[in-house]
Design a protein. Structure first.
Length: 201
């Protein structure tokens, strides 16, 4: 009996058995759900593919998944996948994160009703699209990242949110720099310099 319990504890700690995490995701408390997502992120970053799959299921539940998530919980799952893509180079996690951000913006997080979350999601979408554009060598993806950062700046203004504004301006400058270099476009490069200078002001 004791050995059996120790084996269960070991499998949970190593991320081999995630049933307890799924139980936490069924809890209606967003704080409990976010803690479960944090645990999944840690395991996914350690290379547990089943944890990444479960994060993807949070964003695209199957018919048998009896889960109810608020937008901020799904945003946390998308962020965990993007971090996994950034750290481990997983293209699958990157595509899933981008799709998760887009679904949130299309269905749940609007500028009118949740401006702060909307800007945050636009910023995270921009980060993920920039990563994808750099990996694919896609100017179209980089241009989408520029659009996402500029959308975030419509809410994250210099007066209302100076710290977020500066961070997003910096992100915008870096992606404009990459895009300008790939296009061989001096105008893009000038925009990049202007954005980075604004971020430093």
């Amino acid at each position: 009996m004791r050995d059996g319990l120790l084996d269960i504890a070991r499998r949970r700690a190593e991320g081999l058995d995630l049933r307890h995490v799924e139980d936490s995701l069924r809890n209606k408390d967003p704080a409990v759900q976010k803690q479960a997502i944090g645990d999944l992120r840690t395991l996914a970053l350690a290379g547990r593919s089943n944890a990444q799959v479960l994060l993807e299921r949070i964003l695209a539940p199957t018919k048998s998944d009896d889960w109810v998530f608020k937008p901020e919980v799904r945003l946390a799952a998308a962020n965990a996948l993007w971090k996994c893509a950034e750290r481990r180079g997983s293209m699958g996690a990157l595509y899933s994160a981008i799709e998760g951000y887009r679904q949130l913006l299309a269905r749940d997080v609007t500028r009118a009703t949740m401006p702060t979350h909307w800007a945050m999601t636009q910023n995270e979408l921009g980060n993920a699209l920039q990563t994808l554009g750099e990996r694919e060598g896609s100017q179209a993806r980089l241009a989408e990242a520029v659009a996402a950062f500029r959308a975030a700046l419509e809410v994250n203004t210099r007066v209302a949110m100076p710290a977020q504004w500066a961070t997003t301006q910096n992100h915008l400058g870096l992606v404009l720099l990459t895009l300008g270099e790939r296009e061989g476009n001096p105008a893009r490069l000038a925009e990049a310099v202007a954005a980075c200078r604004l971020a430093l002001d």
